[in-house]
Design a protein around this ligand. Sequence first.
Ligand SMILES: C[S@@+](CC[C@H](N)C(=O)[O-])C[C@H]1O[C@@H](n2cnc3c(N)ncnc32)[C@H](O)[C@@H]1O
Ligand SMILES: Nc1nc2[nH]cc(C(=O)O)c2c(=O)[nH]1
Ligand code: SF4
Ligand SMILES: [Mg+2]
Length: 233
Amino acid sequence: MLPVAETFLSRQGEGGLTGTNSFFIRLSGCNLRCWFCDTPYASWQPTGQRHTVGELVRQAIQASRSGDCRHVVLTGGEPLIFPAVETLCRRLRSEGLHVTIETAGTAWRDLTCDLLSLSPKLSSSGPAPEQHPRWARLHEQRRMPVATMRRLIDAAVDHQVKFVVDRIDETDETLDIVSALGVAPAQVWIMPQGVTAESLDQAAKWLRPWCDRHGFRYCDRMHIRWYGNRPGT
Ligand SMILES: C[S@@+](CC[C@H](N)C(=O)[O-])C[C@H]1O[C@@H](n2cnc3c(N)ncnc32)[C@H](O)[C@@H]1O
Ligand SMILES: Nc1nc2[nH]cc(C(=O)O)c2c(=O)[nH]1
Ligand code: SF4
Ligand SMILES: [Mg+2]
């Protein structure tokens, strides 16, 4: 059984598969608490119901028939904190579906996905310690297990590493993590923190030139532009 906040058909809004019709399965619950989390209903206040792996696979197959989409995105919350995601991923792939996993990469799971979409969390992503002392401590302890992230990358067919950058002074830390993970600049995507088209446009002004200087890809968040930051999109 897996706790599910929502399932929906949409277009991938981020990274190398942007624009691809996809069936999203958003698992509910997270071991981090980013202050900027755009889906608090799957992290800070997890919602939803438990579903069997079989039900989720059936839904994905049905979506692939009706919505002409071979792509499934497992996201959250944090999909990799749930052991049953191993079976879910294996069964989806054995049905011929392409599986992307959106993850902060803090937990090891023995699985092979088609695209590991890893989003390591920078030190400034944690919650304010005055308001959330326990989560601020846990977030910092958990956010950056480099060896686990590297193992996840090695086990995946393909990978992309997506950083969420909120301020210009976070750019050096991003370079350090890219080098610790040993990933090629062409696999690195830099996303502005933001949940409105205006905030993305503002950030692009300083973030795009920085990406160009380092050979990283600038990652817009097209779903915010297409639909706004709304559940089910
Ligand atoms: C909600 S997370 C779920 C998967 C996983 N917990 C993670 O953080 O990668 C999905 C994606 O949204 C990104 N994200 C979340 N809140 C964001 C925000 N306010 N601005 C930009 N990206 C954000 C995450 O970094 C991740 O790439
Ligand atoms: N359209 C759309 N694309 C996405 N790519 C990654 C998402 C996520 O929340 O993991 C996401 C999402 O929530 N919606
Ligand atoms: S790790 Fe992902 S789901 Fe968890 S709080 Fe951060 S952005 Fe939200
Ligand atoms: Mg999202």
